[in-house]
Design a protein around this ligand. Sequence first.
Ligand SMILES: NC(=O)c1ccc[n+]([C@@H]2O[C@H](COP(=O)([O-])OP(=O)(O)OC[C@H]3O[C@@H](n4cnc5c(N)ncnc54)[C@H](O)[C@@H]3O)[C@@H](O)[C@H]2O)c1
Length: 337
Amino acid sequence: MQKTIFISGGAGYVGSKLVEFSLKKNLKVVCYDNLVYGKGSIQKFLKKKNFIFIKGDIRDKKKLKKVFQLYKIDFVVNLASIVGDKQCQTIPKTAYEVNFLGNKYLTEISKSKRVKKFVFASTCSNYGIVNPNEYADEKSELFPVSLYAESKIDCEKYLIDQSNKNFSVTILRFATAYGVSNRTRFDLTINSFTYEALKYKKLHIFAKETWRPFIHVDDMCLMILKVLDIKGSKLNGLVLNAGFTSNNFSKQAIIEKIKKNVKNLKVEYVDAIIDRRDYRVNCDKIYKFLKIKQNKSINQGIKEIIFNIKNKSIKERDIKNNLLDNNCKKLQQFYKY
Ligand SMILES: NC(=O)c1ccc[n+]([C@@H]2O[C@H](COP(=O)([O-])OP(=O)(O)OC[C@H]3O[C@@H](n4cnc5c(N)ncnc54)[C@H](O)[C@@H]3O)[C@@H](O)[C@H]2O)c1
């Protein structure tokens, strides 16, 4: 029988790709989003028979309840969030409400409606700073350096507490994403560096020695869908670093990869500013469970960004709208701060 997946934040960077992949898998998709960044990312799905869009706020308990009464939901993937350190700082009270309370309401309703699996998108940012040469694993101490990470950690604790044999919760601590989606974000390291390199042929990079784990947006979606596919209770109550251990890189190493794709690129390294997010993450545990190999490398991600900008599939206007500062302005306007 056809299964129904509820994707909150389904119009976002990850969400709009997950919608696409879910429809390809013949899932019925209920996409729930308040459209902070508009509807463009899901426009092409609106006429599809297995796609239902509901405009709503994840903090709107009544609306969520109605939707869950109307549709028999099998799986819930919560991607609705104010995403990023600066974004959360820009609208702190709302950000915590959306990230924590919104997730709590969605959990309560999912549990009462006997949803089979609940997947929560957390972040490797929870690790904050990790000793150089050490890789954080799921047992490592968390050291959040932002409200964003704090809100995600609170959600994790809450969800683990809520999971039981009838309510299966899996928490994926995602690495930093890259690559093209139906709403490609340009406030993310690899995407924004690639865009700036292409446009200005010049990059100013601070804290070049800081490390991060990375993952292609397609691989994020494949991992989520694999979690939903795995039968039984193996993944219930688990927190998994979601990325690939071999895909941790320093900013400088990323720049070297971009240099190979953008001719005559000048790079100026600025050491004065410290980046408080510096961590390498071990993702061996998720591989043990999901057996998913990396589908798209950083080099492929860089190339597809360049290709889509050059052939104008991604327009300059869309890039500008999705740069960090504009993204924060958009949030301020939308949430009336
Ligand atoms: N992109 C990454 O690098 C990354 C890394 C780790 C974790 N994550 C997590 O993955 C999830 C998706 O991230 P993304 O990159 O797609 O971000 P995004 O900002 O593109 O998507 C978030 C979506 O949530 C929606 N939203 C915001 N507030 C809402 C509300 N109150 N009610 C309903 N919908 C609301 C937005 O309209 C947007 O479509 C988030 O939970 C994020 O924390 C992302």
